[in-house]
Design a protein. Structure first.
Ligand code: DQA
Length: 156
């Protein structure tokens, strides 16, 4: 008899992948730090990877802190889990941390670069205090690993 696998149901909520300030410039912005993949290319690869796990993706970018907070609040009821690259706001925003804490669903924090190899002000991420896990320094691949990790957590 066919058994339903959690996360494989057609009714599974999407994974939200949220991207913060300046990530819309990927591809041309400091490529030696962030790589050459554009955000649109990452979004496409992420959706394909999620599909292999039976999930759809809601992929968004905003340069505005409040909009990211609104989306994290929306994710409380509309998402299975969240992948968040809050970019520079990771290092400054207590409000984004508060929204991440209120999520009550798995959240994977992603950074393309490895902030620990960079300026000291990047070594603290407020988001990490609420994240289920953190992936950094692996470029666009980090997003795909985050999808694998989140899908694994959601199937458990
Ligand atoms: C980043 C790292 C942040 O320190 C930086 O402000 C970004 C991108 C990353 O993906 O490596 O904008 O989040």
């Amino acid at each position: 008899m066919a058994r339903k696998t959690p996360g494989k149901t057609t009714g599974a909520l999407p994974i939200y992948v949220l991207n913060g300030p300046n990530l819309n410039l990927l591809g041309t912005r400091e490529p030696e730090v962030y790589g050459r993949a554009t955000l649109a290319e990452i979004g496409k690869a992420v959706a394909e990877r999620a599909k292999t796990h039976g999930f759809s993706v809601t992929f968004r970018h905003s340069n505005h802190e409040g909009e990211l907070i609104d989306w994290l609040q929306e994710a409380r009821t509309m998402a299975s889990g969240v992948i968040l690259n809050a970019a520079g706001l990771s290092h400054t925003s207590v409000s984004l941390l508060d929204a991440a804490r209120a999520l009550d669903k798995p959240l994977i924090e992603v950074h393309l670069s490895n902030p620990y190899r960079r300026e000291p002000y990047r070594r603290r991420s407020y988001i990490s205090e609420a994240a289920t896990g953190v992936i950094c320094g692996l470029g666009a691949t980090g997003y795909l690993l985050a999808i694998d990790a989140l899908a694994g957590l959601l199937k458990d």
